[in-house]
Design a protein around this ligand. Structure first.
Ligand code: FES
Ligand code: FES
Length: 160
């Protein structure tokens, strides 16, 4: 079957089999290898992408389900070629080691950023609890997301 959707702001039409997973189509048909497949059953979060702005596990979604929807992968998080606040904060806080989990954390963190809410540390930990990291111990990841999310919210409050 042929599906048309938007991926990282670009219209895309691709031939898929009905049972093909979104993660595989993004990686194999569209060359978007930024998302990673860890567990392949919805636990690790490494395959997270945004569908119409909401985080989804691409290892649990059929590609056929995204027809007519907007998908954002880690490759689409930068704005006008510039890293977004979450990406920059990950660099500043050294929030990755092997990097396998990083695409999923960046996508989830960007979702939190886009919500525009002030979040305390516990709320951030809870919001990131669907993403697993085997290397970092999570401290720097939470530090990075906390800085990015709350910096943006503070700026928004100042502008009101
Ligand atoms: S690969 Fe999708 S949640 Fe782990
Ligand atoms: S940095 Fe290695 S799994 Fe998170």
């Amino acid at each position: 079957m042929e599906i048309t959707c938007e991926v990282n702001g670009q219209p895309v039409t691709v031939e898929v089999e009905p049972h093909w997973l979104l993660a595989d189509v993004l990686r194999n048909q569209l060359g978007l290898t930024g998302l990673h497949l860890g567990c392949e059953y919805g636990v690790c979060g490494a395959c997270t992408v945004l569908m119409d702005g909401e985080p989804v596990r691409s290892c649990l979604s059929f590609a056929s389900q995204v027809a007519g929807h907007q998908i954002t992968t880690v490759e689409g998080l930068a704005v006008d070629g510039k890293l977004n606040r979450v990406q920059t904060a990950f660099i500043n806080h050294h929030a990755l080691q092997c990097g396998f989990c990083t695409p999923g954390f960046l996508v989830t963190g960007t979702y939190l950023l886009q919500q525009g809410k002030l979040l305390n540390r516990e709320e951030i930990r809870e919001a990131l609890s669907g993403n697993l990291c085997r290397c970092t111990g999570y401290q720097q990841i939470v530090d990075a997301v906390e800085e990015a999310v709350n910096q943006q919210s503070a700026n928004a409050v100042e502008c009101e």
